[in-house]
Design a protein around this ligand. Sequence first.
Ligand SMILES: Nc1nc2c(ncn2[C@@H]2O[C@H](COP(=O)(O)OP(=O)(O)OP(=O)(O)O)[C@@H](O)[C@H]2O)c(=O)[nH]1
Length: 302
Amino acid sequence: MTTRAGFVALIGEPNAGKSTLTNRMVGAKVSIVTHKVQTTRARIRGVALEGDSQIVFVDTPGLFKPRRRLDRAMVAAAWGGAADADIVVLLVEAHRGVTEGVERILEGLEEIGQGRRVALAINKIDRVKSDVLLALTEDLNARYGFEETFMISAEKGYGCDDLKKWLATQLPEGPWLYPEDQIADLPLRMIAAEMTREKLTLRLHQELPYQLTVETENWEERKDGTARIDQVVYVARDGHKGIVLGNKGESIKAISKAAREELEEFLGRRVHLFLQVKVREKWLEEAARYSEMGLDFRDGNS
Ligand SMILES: Nc1nc2c(ncn2[C@@H]2O[C@H](COP(=O)(O)OP(=O)(O)OP(=O)(O)O)[C@@H](O)[C@H]2O)c(=O)[nH]1
């Protein structure tokens, strides 16, 4: 049997649907989907199987104009992932068309594009009529030499199987990057952390401290069939701690309950979830944080 394996970088403007597409391809909830832009802060990766191929999706942070130091790091990370990947898939929103942001990404692609394999996926086709779609496809293909164009709806699932099948056949021949029996729990800690992060976002809305991360520090499978999961919510300043905790700990309790319920549903067993809120000052400056957000994913894990 000839196996194939490789990395696929999904790039696109914030909100283009990268997380939704990753989730659909992988078949598990690995990344946060919200209406807020720039929600994908960590490098998030999902492993999908299609026939004899293993597709490792890199869900890059949204590509946007760098403003602060973190933003620049995120943009570098996004392009870093694209430059490393075997195949790049550019997601463009059908109803928004060629925005300034898309133009900027196309320029970036020209730069890293030498010898790159880039496919175009026009997403959210459920929102436009077919004539708009055809005009957009022509326009984009005139601007860049995409290898293939797919018209998809990550949310509804249209066209996603075709894209996945195509990717599977295009990846280089080689052994799988992750052993089969590890795939299921490879991102489990990350999934759990993302679930808590999602609940934080839902509960705190605009109040959500920008520099906030969730990490799963400990995961214990207990003899009674339940799981004990310890997570730390890291905030940048002491003042942010109170926001996350809420009045008399109300917020963190509600967040913890909601996250636990989702985890139980996902894992199909009872979960004891313990959340702690800690201050990690200047984490933005820590090189380690940067590489965690970045896409040097071949280090250590594979
Ligand atoms: N109508 C429609 N909405 C979609 C589709 N795909 C994604 N969305 C919605 O678009 C919004 C953004 O999707 P995400 O998957 O979070 O986008 P993203 O590119 O990961 O965003 P960032 O993480 O901010 O970069 C969500 O509200 C999705 O439900 C689609 O095919 N059709």
